[in-house]
Design a protein around this ligand. Structure first.
Ligand SMILES: [Zn+2]
Length: 422
């Protein structure tokens, strides 16, 4: 495949390599704040969360930003516009990690804008809008089971019943907040007023292999996929592996196998992603015909309509297979989230900025959820993905290249300097 690479026309005076080096070092430093001695694990409202907020807040202040912590424990920094009446562009991502997670998932999207702002500040470059950077306390949902707690606090969507959500040690969310120096009752104070916001721009590692396959450092996200999840139960008849003739069997595992392959085939046909990631089989004996089998189904697409059409086709097939095999099929839906579209104008701006930096702009879907999903309820969103090594994430092997961070910073600077309030 041949493609014409645009000539770089970015004339910035900033030293993006030096800035990228600082970003890499800061990701490294932040990764040492872990509640486990063996691997990176930093959860919401932990002592390490406090330490991370402190460290990030120091970097924000060094970058010439005003800092504060909000009612949900998110850490904020503002690069003030010369116009005090100006609206605000938000940037940010999350500072929590999964247990045994990587150094860049979330953190890159907080640290990269801070380093860039530090350089703008030093060069005396001001912006016509306030630029706020937020480090969310919880995105992964590892501690309390519910995800996007930090970003959902900004949108005013914390139900009262969350107060009693327990962690694994039976500490409730309300208690953990009190221990952290916060008050569950005051969470509405974290809510933002949409009329003050221009938009939200999140930088994040791709967590997938698309950019690496395309040999590109960055890409523009078109949408964050909406997912539906189901648990499917198949009930047949267990029996002796030696005595029941093949024609008389109601083998639930054979039915599941046929169904899983049908799901794969139909997902390809409809251009969606569908995954059966967990199978439980009973009695699960070497000489016993399977009597009951359960499996999970996760189906995602950038377009809810496409996903639901594919899902209807898949379910119809599953019912046919069950019927033909004399198996009882029941199912329950365990999760449903709508797809979120990134704003076309912001996507276009990112695309042009990538071209000016001398790279082919690639637009891709985010199959994973991000803070931007929650923020989409209050303002337009956009995301810039950065290539990650072999697409590995949520794993200590998560890795990015300093050169790619330098490109992302150049694209961001270009985007911020050409951003016009619409
Ligand atoms: Zn993340």
């Amino acid at each position: 495949m041949t493609s014409i690479t645009p000539m770089p026309t970015n004339t910035s005076q900033l030293d993006f390599q030096a800035l990228a080096h600082q970003v890499m070092q800061r990701c490294e430093e932040l990764s040492r704040l872990s509640q486990s001695p063996d691997y990176l694990d930093r959860r919401y409202l932990s002592e390490e969360h406090t330490a991370a907020n402190q460290l990030v807040s120091n970097w924000m202040q060094q970058a010439g930003m005003q800092t504060w912590q909000d009612a949900a424990g998110n850490i904020w920094g503002r690069y003030q516009s010369t116009n005090p009446q100006a609206k605000t562009l938000l940037m940010g991502s999350h500072l929590d990690t999964v247990p045994n997670g990587g150094k860049y998932d979330g953190m890159l999207g907080v640290i990269a804008p801070i380093s860039l702002i530090g350089a703008l500040h030093e060069a005396g470059i001001t912006l016509p809008f306030h630029l706020d950077v937020v480090g969310f306390g919880d995105e992964e949902g590892t501690r309390f089971g519910s995800t996007l707690l930090g970003s959902r606090a900004l949108t005013g969507q914390w139900p009262a019943e969350w107060a009693t959500l327990p962690d694994k040690d039976d500490i409730t969310l309300a208690q953990a907040m009190a221990n952290f120096g916060l008050d569950f009752q005051k969470i509405p104070n974290a809510t933002l007023q949409p009329e003050t916001l221009l938009g939200y721009l999140e930088v994040h590692i791709e967590q997938g292999p698309v950019l690496e396959q395309a040999d590109l450092p960055v890409g523009v996200v078109s949408a964050i996929a909406g997912a539906k999840r189901f648990q499917i139960h198949l009930s047949g008849m267990a029996g002796h592996a030696g005595t029941v003739p093949m024609s008389l069997r109601q083998d639930s595992l054979c039915a599941a196998s046929e169904m899983i392959l049908a799901i794969e085939r139909l997902a390809k046909q409809h251009d969606v992603v569908a995954t059966v990631g967990r199978v439980e089989n009973s009695p699960n004996g070497v000489n016993v015909i399977a009597g009951t089998t359960q499996f999970s189904l996760d189906i995602r697409s950038a377009d809810d309509q496409t996903r639901d059409t594919a899902l209807a086709d898949i379910l119809q097939d599953l019912h046919h297979i069950a019927e033909a095999r004399n198996i009882t099929l029941t199912m329950e839906q365990t999760h449903s989230a709508s797809a979120v579209q990134c704003e076309p104008a912001l996507q276009k701006l990112l695309t042009e900025s990538i071209e000016k930096s001398g790279y082919q702009p690639l637009t891709l879907l985010s199959g994973a959820g991000h803070d931007a999903m929650a923020i989409a309820d209050i303002c337009p969103i956009a995301m810039l993905f950065v290539r990650c090594d072999k697409g590995i994430s949520h794993h200590p092997a998560e890795a990015i290249q300093q050169d790619d961070v330098a490109t992302a910073l150049a694209v961001l600077e270009q985007t911020l300097l050409t951003y016009q309030e619409s």
